[in-house]
Design a protein around this ligand. Sequence first.
Ligand code: ZN
Ligand code: ZN
Length: 362
Amino acid sequence: MLLHFTDKGIYCPAGDFYIDPWQPVERAVITHAHSDHARWGSRRYLCQDFSVPLLKLRLGADLQVQGVPYGESIYFNGVSVSFHPAGHIIGSAQVRIEAGGEVWVVSGDYKVEHDGISTPFEPVRCHTFITESTFGLPIYRWQPQAHIGEEIKSWIAGNQAAGKASVLAAYSLGKAQRLLRLLQGVTPRFLAHGAIAITQQVIVDAGWPLPMVERITPDTPRETLRNAVIICPPSAVGSSWMRRFHPYSLGVCSGWMQVRGHMRRRNADAGFALSDHADWDGLLQAVQATGAARVFATHGFSSVFARYLTEKLGLEAAEIKTQFGDEDEDSGDTGNEPEATPTAASDEAPGIHNDETLPAEE
Ligand SMILES: [Zn+2]
Ligand SMILES: [Zn+2]
């Protein structure tokens, strides 16, 4: 086996490096800058070029990090490593590893619909594919993002007509940028929580053509907040920080909003199922496009998804336990494996009940 599953993370003995390790190691190859994949403490980091400023923002400006363009190979003891677009967030990559004619791909997180910001997903042929399966149940099927964008715009218009601010909860890295792009023109200025303003600053400074946001501070005049469009991380929902926005309506943007019960538990007035992860069809499409005979599933509904790949597609598939899934949407199910079968289509899929609070972000 080219890659081994160890207690520090996914390890390549031949090249002596780890992919997205969850404990400090000598050399970490990073799929993307979300905190469950890019953890602090390793000596050297390697990632796709666009991830470099994001890794420095999150792990420290003096980080030992090298960026590599998509598609370019670098070698460790003759093992080739290259990054290929995962379409998940800016700089997100699938990592392709090749040695002795054997090819493995570690997907990190991915989505197949182009969001207009992240480099679009590209399938990579391989023998063994390590796939995420955050939304690996058939109940998760996304509407096109343009459609969801229209829904959010009419929700904002309704709030404004009612004299309310529109507060949108969205992860600071990934989802917030998609919202800003989808909602361009809906308001002369976007107001945002500090976590989002800082991330946006780094992204705009790195040359991405996205709108700036105005950071909300204690000095922001109340008048500015009236009827405003405000973006905050999920961790700010329910905090005292939000009181100043009254009257407001809260919209949560997350793939988990596909399931109504989640919206109620998060006290949202509206839920928008906009995700940076592949839905059920996207996962199947991606797996099949790799041509891989062997698949390992991680994140989310991994046992259900692996069983489906084995039984329905005749692949050699298994779930692997990792520590991925504490940022962006991955922890919507707080890591509990579902009792659900792939045919579960109920409003509340079993096993994803235990999230009274939103997953913490930063
Ligand atoms: Zn992620
Ligand atoms: Zn993840």
